[in-house]
Write a protein that binds this ligand. Structure first.
Ligand SMILES: [Zn+2]
Length: 165
């Protein structure tokens, strides 16, 4: 969890997604946006990255609508591990004045999971970060961040489970 932007502006937010082993998520793959290239996905690294980028933007639009965040301008980028805090798979920065947000999702180049599980994980990161954004108007403190992280994980997990029923 980071607060490095808070000194600059009280309206800037940043939240990191803590690493959760996939086995805990227990999510089934959804239909529609899953890769068409079979269980292992495309072999070429650039193609995997391009496919994941497309998947992440599609999921971002879908969940942005579902969470009624369409008045925000939100962008998602695949980022290398060095751009994220240790032990995290994504982050979000937002500005409530301009209603702009940027989500960082760990790049395929740094993922160790098989392609379908990786996409599933990336969707979880997108939903997780959007739930943070949904809660952005709530007061926050260092003490509330750990609790928020837990609540955000539970909500994201429940939403994804519902969406896949
Ligand atoms: Zn988080």
């Amino acid at each position: 969890m980071l607060r490095r932007n808070l000194a600059a502006s009280a309206f800037l937010g940043i939240a990191a997604y803590l690493f959760i082993p996939l086995s805990i998520l227990g999510l089934a793959l959804g239909s529609g946006l899953t890769p068409a290239a079979g269980a292992t996905g495309p072999a070429a690294p650039q193609e995997r990255e391009a496919r994941a980028e497309k998947f992440v933007s599609a999921k971002l639009r879908l969940w942005q609508e579902r969470l009624n965040l369409t008045d925000w301008h939100i962008q998602a980028n695949l980022v290398r591990r060095r751009a994220l805090e240790p032990q995290t798979l994504g982050n979000i920065h937002w500005d409530t004045d301009t209603k702009q947000a940027t989500i960082g999702v760990l790049s395929t180049y740094d993922y160790k999971l098989p392609f379908p599980e990786m996409l599933e994980d990336m969707e979880f990161t997108v939903v997780h970060e959007l739930v943070h954004l949904r809660l952005a108007s709530l007061p926050r403190s260092d003490a509330s961040r750990r609790v928020e992280e837990y609540a955000v994980n539970e909500l994201a997990r429940a939403l994804l489970k519902l969406a896949k029923q």
